[in-house]
Design a protein around this ligand. Structure first.
Ligand code: SAM
Length: 291
């Protein structure tokens, strides 16, 4: 039997099950084996790994993962695809497919039920693009010992996640994610390798969680709000954005000035020039501000 990923087999499966793909669920299926193999290579998948996949679709990526990994646990929200996956993935005995929304999954509990805890834990997925950020945050906030996460997403989002200070793509998402991980684009993927073709190009991002997050998980949402505030008016100075967040009373201004001076930060600097550690330091310093 040829691999699921080939355009011929993908079309045959869709026809056999009379499947109309749902745009609302981000259903764009990969039909290029080289790309799939590059994804698997970017995650360095081996028999030492247990893999979480989000959105197996008709099983193209799942199949390549199962050929190399110890176990694969795949979350698929679309009930129509469950019998299809039972059929296409029948030859593999190391795959569990759960008909579940990844965002409502209690990951630590589910993983304990399905994995033995003796293998490296990795996420490998061709994400449904409409919920890329919520999925990433859900995974990162689950406090699981992931070795890496290799995920396909819209190219613009990939560029934002991995952006460096001073670039157009650098913003609050870059800073928040980079406090928890080191993020790199592994490679770009053209829109032509999907069925149906999406309106955007894609990229594979490799995230490696930091052994020590730069901001504790329980502070992440407050930190994210702070960083968003710093970027609120992108073309205005950091000083201006801080005043909008903290208030313009003389006492506040005085305290803000002291913090910026201590950190040797020019108040006229724009948020996009601050590195991730600078945001972290500033956030901690500004906790002490008395209103
Ligand atoms: N893995 C397949 C591939 O590479 O060809 C399909 C990827 S397709 C871009 C995204 C998949 O995610 C679809 O099968 C879709 O039904 C599924 N999906 C969408 N929202 C989901 C959710 N909240 N939880 C789990 N799966 C979801």
């Amino acid at each position: 039997m040829t691999d699921i990923v080939t355009p011929q087999r993908t079309k045959a499966i869709l026809q056999k099950y009379h499947l109309q793909l749902k745009k609302s669920l981000g259903q764009n299926f990969l039909t290029n084996k080289d790309i799939l193999l590059n994804i698997v290579m970017a995650a360095d998948v081996s028999a030492a790994d247990d893999i979480i996949e989000i959105g197996p679709g008709i099983g193209a990526l799942t199949e390549q993962l199962a050929k190399r990994a110890h176990q694969v646990l795949a979350f698929e929200i679309d009930q129509r695809l469950i019998p299809v996956l039972q059929d296409t993935l029948r030859p593999y005995h190391n795959i569990t497919v759960l008909n579940q929304d990844i965002l409502s999954a209690d990951l630590p509990t589910v993983l304990q039920q399905h994995f033995d805890g003796q293998h490296h834990l990795k996420v490998v997925a061709n994400l449904p693009y409409y919920i890329t950020t919520p999925i990433m945050l859900h995974l990162l906030q689950a406090e699981l010992p992931f070795t890496c996460m290799v995920m396909m997403m819209q190219k613009e989002v990939a560029q934002r996640l991995t952006a460096m200070p001073g670039t157009k793509a650098y913003g609050s998402l870059s800073v928040s994610v980079q406090t928890l991980t080191t993020a790199q684009i592994a490679f770009n993927v053209p829109r032509t390798v999907f069925l149906p073709q999406p309106n955007v190009d894609s990229a594979i991002v490799r995230l490696v969680p930091r052994s020590q997050p730069l901001v504790a998980l329980h502070e992440q949402s407050r930190f994210a709000k702070f960083v968003k505030g710093c970027f609120a008016k992108r073309r205005k100075s950091l000083w201006n954005n801080l005043l909008n967040m903290y208030g313009k009373q003389p006492l506040i201004k005085e305290q803000l000035q002291v913090v910026l001076q201590t950190r040797e930060l020019d108040p006229q600097i724009r948020a996009e020039r601050l590195t991730v550690p600078m945001f972290v330091n500033l956030y901690h310093d500004l906790q002490k501000i008395k209103k």
